[in-house]
Design a protein around this ligand. Sequence first.
Ligand SMILES: C[C@](O)(C(=O)O)[C@H](CC(=O)O)C(=O)O
Length: 301
Amino acid sequence: MLYSKSTPEQKRVKLREILSSGTLQQFPGAFSPLSARLIEEKGFPGVYISGAVLANDLGLPDIGLTTLTEVATRAGQIARMTDLPAIVDADTGFGEAMNVARSVQELENAGLAGCHIEDQVNPKRCGHLDGKAVVDLDTALQRIRAAADARRDPNFLIMARTDVRAADGLEAAVERAKALVDAGADAIFPEAMASLEEFAAIRDAVDVPILANMTEFGKSRLFTRDELAGIGVNLVIYPVTLLRIAMGAAERTLDTIRADGTQEAEVENMLTRSRLYELVDYEAYNRFDTGVFNFQVPGRY
Ligand SMILES: C[C@](O)(C(=O)O)[C@H](CC(=O)O)C(=O)O
């Protein structure tokens, strides 16, 4: 079956639909194309592609070192492997307004359903660390206007992320969120909110979908789906969760091999060969080899 059957345009329409459904949508972060398949198979409605994961997976910290080409290429590899809409973290848009415009077009070309662009200064920092700085209001608005103006597909979602909460407090974050919506943002990602009440304040201030970032070891505790739904949050992401758990398992297994001289004790925790083959649709390729050119996999389409 190679890549997803749905076109990027169809996925963007789907994203718009689910974000206006009135139900909280959970988007786990994919750390690879294969993990996006797993997210789809488990019944989630969309995939998040984290800038931290893309950077960390290259062995780099998430401080604006990755390039547009690296992000668009990897995000595109992930997006094309699933029929789900994928939203990618575009950091600051890789520069100022003109760079932001090009970034949006490259991410559209790569098949993404949307992206978020933040108002941190370049080079950016992880949103849940201290010592972040944000750009002035005009610069932040220029980024969003440029993004909205540059897209060719009107359904490509432009989400504005604001990091103002940590820098200047909640009131300033509320004001910035409103201005970002006026500048053309389709959705708001208020970063590093400290409580449910703070999310609720953003919710009350804007009439576009809002996102909650439930990253582990961050500024708030991990609110549940029901808690976030209860205050009207539309989208929740678990950006680094799968990478953290996969790397945790890798570390434990390496320790086991060192200690025991064999991986035997960890085999029961592994994806079996047949399960792995299932995820890559091995059978569909076998059928192709035998002359049955039918890449439809029951249950997937
Ligand atoms: C959302 C985020 O920008 C990301 O890159 O996924 C990070 C996540 C993290 O570092 O845990 C963030 O700044 O919150």
